[in-house]
Design a protein around this ligand. Structure first.
Ligand SMILES: [Zn+2]
Length: 61
């Protein structure tokens, strides 16, 4: 078995490919389990939660 080392990306413990990105909001370098298309801003997990569109807001206050 050969082990190939990929420098730009790696795979997390669930076997997902991770891509290094720079958060478009806070500028932090992080990794995301999807390939950035280069057109849309990519956020770290914290900022992603803030920017995530709330399509299913069924909460009643
Ligand atoms: Zn961020």
């Amino acid at each position: 078995m050969e082990e190939k080392v990929v420098e730009t990306t790696h795979v997390d413990d669930r076997g997902r490919q991770l891509y290094k990105i720079k958060c478009a909001d806070c500028g932090k370098e992080t990794e995301v389990p999807f390939k950035p298309d280069g057109r849309r801003p990519v956020y770290c997990s914290d900022c992603y939660r803030k920017h995530r569109p709330r399509r299913f807001s069924n909460r009643r206050f």
